[in-house]
Design a protein around this ligand. Structure first.
Ligand code: KG4
Ligand code: ZN
Length: 318
């Protein structure tokens, strides 16, 4: 069975084909990152217009030699995301489903991120813990069974990716800032600045990152010559502070749930420092840690097609 997945929740126009026997057999992604970079963040109106412009070409590219008539069902991101951007994907999906007379399956974007490592690692078994860290969300989810999730904790303010982006901006780095922070942090000393680790010892699994970002702001304001060495030290110290909080929360989650599989997903899961620090937890907590392939950490349609393929389509088309 072939599922066509469509993702347009933010600034990526992405389409992929998932074959139940062969896995992903075609995919294409057009990123709007460069377009939004000059504004320092995603401009919703521009995002919607660009999805409109690119979606047909992205479909053709994703299909490649696969005939559109061989597609059995359409899965699309129904939310959360930018309303206008979502509507482009949804309308396109509805049009295809009507024209081809095949079922249409709405998929929650976060569910796509949660399940994405299962494409590559079928041995992952539910229940598992997922730390979902992206530009819009930071949450710890207990994935009990297919379509049975419980949010155990989440950020009370900034999402982790958002904090990376804001700190990057303070350091004069381009948007999106996460990869740039990671890059310059390689030359920095993570112990140079003792930034706060908000809520690290709180009883619950919630997080807070805005205080950390503000601490970075106050530190920068006091520095007269913000040179490359100092920027690298700030980036490394910030990255370590965030990672320490995430690790502490996941340790607590493992204790509470006793689950032995931990998935780290979402755009921030592309960060190699965070990946390594979490991998080190395997021996300490006797758990297995999984991440999506780097290309599936950020927004993509493969994860939407994959989750769609696990769903029983509604008997009647929507
Ligand atoms: O999942 P995603 O592509 O989009 C959504 O927010 O849904 O995540 C994008 C976020 C951005 O905030 C970006 O700065 C962050 O993920 N990010 C990273 C890295 N790569 C992307 N943060 C830290 N380190 C990275 N290597
Ligand atoms: Zn996302």
């Amino acid at each position: 069975m072939k599922t066509l997945g469509i993702e347009t929740s933010c600034d990526e126009t992405a389409i992929a084909v998932y074959d139940s026997k062969e896995g992903i057999v075609g995919e294409s992604i057009h990123s709007q990152m460069k377009m939004h970079a000059e504004y320092g963040g995603v401009v919703p109106e521009l995002a919607s217009r660009d999805h409109c412009l690119k979606i047909v070409d992205v479909l053709k590219d994703a299909l490649g030699k696969t005939s559109i008539s061989s597609i059995d069902q359409i899965a699309y991101t129904s939310g959360p995301g930018l309303l206008g951007a979502l509507l482009i994907g949804e309308s396109f999906a509805q049009g295809l489903s009507t024209a081809l007379d095949i079922p249409l399956i709405p998929i929650n974007h976060l569910e796509g991120h949660l399940m994405s490592p299962m494409m590559e690692f079928p041995e992952i078994s539910m229940p598992f813990i997922c730390l979902l860290v992206s530009g819009g969300h930071s949450m710890i989810v207990d994935v009990k069974a297919k379509a049975d999730y419980e949010i155990l904790g989440q950020s009370q303010d900034d999402a982790v990716g958002e904090a990376f982006d804001k700190v990057a901006k303070l350091l004069g780095l381009p948007y999106p800032g996460g990869p740039h922070i990671e890059k310059i942090a390689l030359n920095g000393n993570p112990k140079a600045y003792d930034f706060p680790r908000p809520m690290i010892h709180s009883d619950n699994l919630d997080m807070s990152l805005s205080g950390l970002k503000t601490a970075v702001l106050y530190t920068i304001q006091k520095i007269e010559d913000l040179n490359e060495d100092i920027k690298a030290d700030i980036a490394a110290s910030f990255q370590k502070a965030v990672t320490d909080v995430l690790i502490a929360k996941i340790k607590k989650t493992v204790e509470q749930t006793n689950h032995s599989d931990v998935i780290v997903a979402g755009g921030v899961a592309a960060n190699k420092y965070i990946r390594e620090e979490f991998k080190n937890l395997e021996g300490i907590l006797n758990i297995k840690v999984y991440y999506p392939d780097l290309k599936y950490c950020g927004d993509n349609a493969a994860m939407i097609a994959f989750v769609g393929s696990m769903m029983t389509p509604p008997k009647k088309k929507i």
